[in-house]
Design a protein around this ligand. Structure first.
Ligand code: AMP
Length: 259
C-alpha cells in the first residue's frame, strides 16, 4: 500500500492538505484527485503544491471509526458552551479548555492558522515542538466499505453536502484518539464557509457541533489534549503509524444527562 499526501500553499501560507492510502493501481487516480482538490480550494489558488507518494513499510493499523454523534445548536455561542461541557465531562481542566478556545479563536500561530495541531497537557502547556507548524496527524484513510456505510448515515441525516468534511475529520479524529495519551480533541475548520467542528474522544466518540464559529471567520485549528505522554513517541506515532478505518462505528446518541 502507498501513502499519497498533498499540501498546498500560497505566499508560504497553508491553504489545504489531504491524503489517501491506496493500492499501487490507484496511485495515479489519487494523485489527480488530490491535485484537483488543491486547485479548487475556497481559501484560494495555491502557488505551491506538493504531492508525495510513499510505499508504507510499517503494518497498517485497521480500526473502527469513532461513533458519530450529531448535535443541534443555534449558534457558535451555544456550540462553544456544548464543547466546554463535553471537555469538562472528559475531565479536561477548565483552564485548558478556555486556553484552547482562545487559541483557535485568535489563530494559534501568533494570529495565523497552523498547518497542524496544538498539543496541550493538563496544565495548559503547549508541547508541540514547532508552535507555527504544529503536529500533523498523517498516513490515514477510510476503506471503500466503511466509507459507504458512513455515506448512508450522513445522507439519512441530510448532511450529504458536508460529506467530505465529515468523513475526513472522522478519520483524522479516529487516528488521533487511537494514539496512547490522547484524552480529547477540539477542532473547527479554518474554511470561512464551514462553521462546524467537533469534540472527539475514545470515551464519548466524535461529537459534531454544527456551529463553533461564525460564517466568514477564517480562523480554525485543532487542539489535542494529552496526559502522560512522551512527546517524541507521541509525535512519531501521530505522523507515521498508518491507520485505515475499516468499519464505521455507527451513529450514536449521547445522553445529555451525562454532560
Ligand atoms: P481543516 O479541518 O482542514 O479546515 O483544518 C483545520 C485546522 O486543523 C488547520 O488549520 C490545521 O491547524 C489543523 N489540521 C488540519 N489538518 C491536520 C492534520 N492532518 N493534523 C493535525 N492538524 C491538522
Amino acid at each position: 500500500m502507498y501513502s499519497v499526501r498533498m499540501r498546498a500553499e500560497r505566499s508560504k501560507k497553508h491553504i489545504s492538505g489531504a491524503e489517501r492510502i491506496v493500492e499501487e493501481e490507484n496511485i495515479s487516480a489519487a494523485v489527480s484527485m488530490l491535485a484537483e482538490r488543491a486547485l479548487c480550494h475556497e481559501r484560494g489558488k495555491p502557488e505551491f503544491i506538493n504531492i508525495s507518494v510513499e510505499a508504507l513499510r510499517t503494518p497498517i493499523k485497521s480500526v473502527n471509526s469513532l461513533p458519530l454523534i450529531l448535535t443541534q445548536v443555534e449558534d457558535s455561542k451555544e456550540g462553544k458552551a456544548l464543547a466546554r461541557k463535553l471537555l469538562l465531562t472528559l475531565k479536561i481542566p477548565l483552564l485548558c479548555i478556555e486556553k484552547a478556545l482562545a487559541l483557535l479563536e485568535g489563530g494559534p500561530a501568533d494570529g495565523e492558522n497552523m498547518r497542524g495541531a496544538v498539543i496541550m497537557n493538563m496544565l495548559g502547556e503547549r508541547l508541540e515542538p514547532d508552535k507555527h507548524r504544529g503536529i500533523r496527524a498523517s498516513r490515514m484513510d477510510i476503506s471503500r466499505e466503511a466509507s459507504g456505510e458512513l455515506e448512508h448515515t450522513i445522507a439519512d441525516a441530510g448532511l450529504m453536502s458536508y460529506y467530505t468534511y465529515i468523513s475526513e475529520a472522522l478519520v483524522l479524529a479516529t487516528k488521533v484518539s487511537s494514539v496512547e495519551g490522547t484524552i480529547a480533541e477540539l477542532c473547527w475548520s479554518d474554511d470561512p464557509s464551514y462553521t462546524a467542528g467537533y469534540v472527539a474522544s475514545r470515551e464519548l466518540g466524535y461529537v459534531r457541533i454544527p456551529y463553533l464559529k461564525q460564517k466568514g471567520d477564517n480562523h480554525g485549528g485543532r487542539v489535542f489534549f494529552v496526559n502522560n505522554i512522551d512527546i517524541r513517541n507521541y509525535v512519531h506515532e501521530m505522523e507515521n503509524t498508518p491507520v485505515l478505518v475499516n468499519k464505521f462505528g455507527g451513529l450514536k446518541e449521547i445522553s445529555m444527562d451525562r454532560i
